[in-house]
Design a protein. Sequence first.
Length: 264
Amino acid sequence: MKIKVLIVDDEPLARSRLRKLLLQETELEIAGECGNGPEAITFIRNQEPDLVFLDVQMPEVSGFDVLRALPPNKLPAVVFITAFDHHAVEAFEVRAVDYLLKPFTRARLHDAIGRALEHLQGRGLAATNRQLLEWMKSPKPEPVYLSRFAVKTSNQVVFVKVEDVDYIESASNYLVLHTRTENHIVRETLARLETRLSPRLFLRISRSTMVNLTRIKRLQNNPGGECVAVLLDDRELPVTRGIREVQERLQFPNGSEVTTAPLR
């Protein structure tokens, strides 16, 4: 009987690559794919896959959040997938069946599958999941967020401080970092970057834009009904996220505030 596998990753290209690699493993049957945390929670509860390849850094509902939402008796074998946070990788190595650090090779994936199969054959899955549950319940250190962007050019790497960026705009698989004096282009997706930036400093205000909260002078409704965030230099950025949420996030936890004008 084949092992039922679920792929969970918010990036379609990453899911596609993993699916192609897993199709070469004769012991496995791909039961489904999920592009976000809520979908994964529902799928695991209803379909009960044996093994889940679970992306850690997903917006809003992370891979850890998915596991926390499941009852202990519904926990499958888990292989974490991560692109960042090497301290977390060390923890995964002890408490998960295995982890894959992007970009991973087919050989590394094959090793992870072998380890998962050993656990599923009764040689340690219960103990591993117990450790995983205990780790998720224990106090966690404050996350370490990105402090500088490394911008590659043809002959050098320029480092841009995160706090110097006014806003970030998505352009397919690239991002444009807008500062007061110039723009920089980096190869990254907005969904990935969102998990690496402090929520105290940056907020996603639309599908394609994140803004430095300290740069917002006010929120206002334009005559056409469009809500915009007005920056200190009077540039305007459309806001499609809930206005109340944006206003609440403009209140910093450390006590300082960004002043917002009432919406007209």
